[in-house]
Write a protein of this length. Structure first.
Length: 553
């Protein structure tokens, strides 16, 4: 019987459209693009979605601070996000936003279906209320001390210990808008019966643990939440913007962002299907492998809340397969802080550095299993020594040699069986690592091969054999080009811009994920350096810029 083709769904977390992207965002989201490019090269059916979260409380706060309409804020940052992702080579099939009509309608349908299935109910609760602002306070409008770890926290979650909170849990509560101490008043809200799914979620997490498809931090945090007992959570709030509750008499209330935002993966898929005329169900069924890409702080929303929603919608076959949850990135040994302007902003770094340099460093230095640090010294030395000195050097001296000694025509030779075996093994080993979300290891493996390729060039001494033994020189240069052609494909998911340049120089067909066993041809264009050296004086200037922006903030 013929096997059904697997489809690959990749969901990248949705950044809040209330401020510029920083390198922490890109570090956590980049794995999604690597996966999408890799699977497309394999010829798989891929849907890669994300968008800007335009309904969250942080946006309302930003708009109030600037005294401008919310839409002015969301339009500004959505456009900036889309431009930054494009410049970095992110290959989303759709990058949308949560304030569009498709998302609102689909989220309301999800709400009503959960209600019809008996998993949403009404309850009178106590909620923080600000007498000065004359409004109930959404969770993120309340700040205080986390009762679990004693650190400063928001009303929805503590960033230090990852505890999911209710504003009433906080100690020393205050209104984020005006700084006054909020009171507590009764109000009626809708609740989602997460507790009903505790047993099924426990079994599901145990299954994912045995498969090894979730990062360790996702397993550990999710087990902690479940062991502490899952509690029903409010799915409505008195918010100034968002998706209206589709129930008569409750239209002024909004569907709470924690259920609305994660549903964006599905609503974006609906929008993509409408715009392309393609089938939505193939990416949300039993023959789909799904990857969810996000940072550590978003783990419970992807491993508890979204699975519970899918179970409530009777879409058990669509539960997440892979949770790719990065740890945090620090900056010059200090915690990133947007409030103190201690960050490398993506629009700024893109003005001065090449996207492949950024992609390389954030992958080879990725916080896959532990926090990692971004330092300007390491970034610049990594570019100069590894991208330029290793990979770029091998490519440049090989192709320049052909341009100078062969008039740009690659010499013909028979492929050495041992070299071909090594190339084929590199594809297999890299595949296994990428598919299991070990991107750093995959890139390290490829660059170890590049170091061996440089060693091979040195040992063959083509600058000598070109006059002493032409046949031997032809064979060595041919194999170097064969290696470059394969590296072009192997590195395309990681370094798409330089791979596209090499593919153009070598006149390669559309890049695939299968070994190239023979090559012949003429270099299409005059050879230029694949990468250029970054002046190490930039280290001091970038650090000075960083401290200056924080001081002047």
């Amino acid at each position: 019987m013929e096997e059904c083709q697997m489809s690959i769904f990749i969901g990248g977390a949705w950044p809040y459209a209330n401020g510029s992207l920083h390198l922490g965002h890109i570090s956590s989201l980049l794995p999604g693009d690597i996966l999408a490019r890799y699977y497309r090269q394999r010829g798989e059916n891929v849907l890669y979605v994300s968008g800007s979260d335009c309904n969250g409380t942080p946006i309302a706060i930003r708009a109030k601070q600037e005294n401008v309409p919310v839409k002015e804020i969301t339009d500004r940052y959505h456009a900036e996000f889309a431009a930054c992702f494009s410049k970095l080579g992110f290959s989303y099939d759709i990058y949308t936003r949560t304030d569009n009509s498709t998302h609102h309608q689909a989220v309301q349908e999800i709400f009503l279906q959960l209600m019809e299935n008996g998993f949403i109910y009404k309850k009178v609760i106590e909620q923080t209320y600000c007498e000065s602002c004359v409004q109930f306070l959404p969770d993120r409008y309340v700040e205080g001390i986390c009762p679990n770890c004693g650190k400063q926290a928001r009303g929805d979650q503590c960033d230090f210990c990852s505890t999911i909170l209710d504003p009433l849990d906080l100690l020393d509560k205050r209104c984020k808008l005006c700084g006054s101490t909020p009171t507590v008043k009764e109000t009626e809200h809708f609740y989602f019966s997460i507790s009903k799914w505790e047993d099924k979620l426990t079994s599901y997490v145990n299954e994912m643990k045995s498969k090894g498809t979730w990062r360790d931090n996702a397993i550990q945090l999710t087990e902690r939440y479940i062991n502490e007992g899952l509690h029903d959570r409010a799915v409505s709030r008195d918010l100034p913007l968002g998706v209206n509750i589709p129930v008569a008499g409750y239209e002024d209330k909004k569907i709470y962002v924690w259920i609305e935002a994660v549903s964006g993966y599905y609503t974006a898929s609906i929008q993509w299907a409408k715009e392309t005329g393609q089938d939505l169900t193939e990416f949300w069924g039993k023959n789909t492998i799904s990857y969810y890409i996000h940072g550590k702080d978003n783990i419970p929303f992807h491993t508890v809340i979204w699975p519970a929603i899918l179970l409530g919608l009777q879409k058990q076959e669509a539960l997440p397969d892979y949770i790719v949850s990065n740890e945090y990135v620090t900056l010059e040994k200090k915690k990133l802080s947007t409030s103190r302007n201690w960050a490398v902003w993506v629009p700024d770094i893109l003005e001065r550095y090449e996207p492949d340099s950024i992609r390389y460093f954030l992958t080879i230095n990725a916080p896959e299993n532990r926090d990692t640090d971004f330092s300007w010294r390491e970034f610049i030395y990594s570019h100069n020594s590894e991208l330029l000195g290793g990979y770029g050097n091998f490519v440049h001296r090989t192709l320049k040699f052909i341009e100078k000694n062969y008039n740009g025509v690659v010499p013909r030779a028979k492929t050495d069986a041992n070299i071909q075996v090594k190339i084929e093994k590199l594809y297999r080993d890299s595949s296994a690592l990428i598919e299991n979300a070990h991107f750093k290891q995959a890139l390290e493996l490829i660059f170890a091969f590049i170091r061996d390729a440089n060693k091979y060039f040195d040992e063959q001494k083509p600058w000598k054999t070109i006059t002493e033994n032409k046949t031997e020189c032809d064979e060595a240069i041919y194999h170097c080009v064969l290696i470059i052609a394969n590296l072009t494909q192997l590195l395309a998911p990681f370094l798409p811009f330089s791979s596209n340049q090499l593919a153009q120089w070598l006149s390669l067909p559309p890049l695939q994920w299968e070994p190239i066993s023979a090559y012949s041809g003429k270099l299409a264009d005059p050879v230029k350096p694949l990468f250029t050296r970054i002046d190490i004086q930039c280290i001091d200037s970038e650090i000075e810029r960083l401290y200056q922006q924080a001081t002047n903030f």
